[in-house]
Every structure is written in structure tokens, then in C-alpha cells.
Write a new protein. Sequence first.
Length: 150
Amino acid sequence: MFQNAEDVAKGALRLIELAETPEIAQNEELAATLELAAAMMATHVQDWHYLIRGRKDRLTDNDREDFKRAYPSFDSLRLIANGTKHPVARYPDISTAAPREAEWEDDEFWDSIPGTSQLFIEVDGNPRGVRALTWGFCNQYLAQTRSRSC
């Protein structure tokens, strides 16, 4: 199903689209589950970007730093995904996540849908909208890979 990093990013976007459908959006728990699943999928774009079928065995520190520079929102997304998978102190506390609409002062305000609730999780002292963070990262990644291939 997935052949490259772009396919993984598109898969994460499909999960976000599914969470936004009216029948799912009204079930906050299901929508939040899909948002977190999309965030976890989106963090694997980095692996697919660098580890395409045996070119490398593992990411280097330089790979990680280059990716963070190219995609500034990625690190918050990675922390949220890791906090979802591993309930340890070094990651955001997912149990405090709460759905709400984005507000003007939220980092993801411009990538949010007005009138639509999304899951917010505190990362490094800032509330981050999971759906908008995932959507913004995946679309930025896809736009940059398209511009490199042109």
C-alpha cells in the first residue's frame, strides 16, 4: 500500500479527512482516536523519507536535525505520537488532552477548520491542535516534495 514517504503522508491525511466526516466528528472519542492515529502515522514520514528500502539501516542525528529544520512542526508531532504510545514523563501527557475549537492564539489556528473541534495536547507548555498540526505537516511535506520533483 505504501511505497514512499508521500504515500504515508497521504495516508495520515486520509485519517484526518475521516475524522472530519459529520458522522465521526460528532463522536469526539472516535474523532480523537483518528487524530492520534494520523499523528502517529505522520511521524513515520521521516522514516520513509530517509530509510527507503535498505538505503540506510537507521536515522542519523544529522538526518533528524535536517528534518526538524525543514519541518519545524514535526518535533511537536513526534512528541505527541510518542506520548500516545509511551506514557512516560519525557513525553506530553496525553491523558490531559481535550477537544475544543482552535483559538486565535493557538499555533495551529490557521490550519484549523472554524467551528470544528479538535484534540489539544500541551507540548512544551503550549497547547497544540493534533488535527491541524498533522494536516499542516503532511501538506508542507507533500508541497516540498512536489516542488523538488518539478
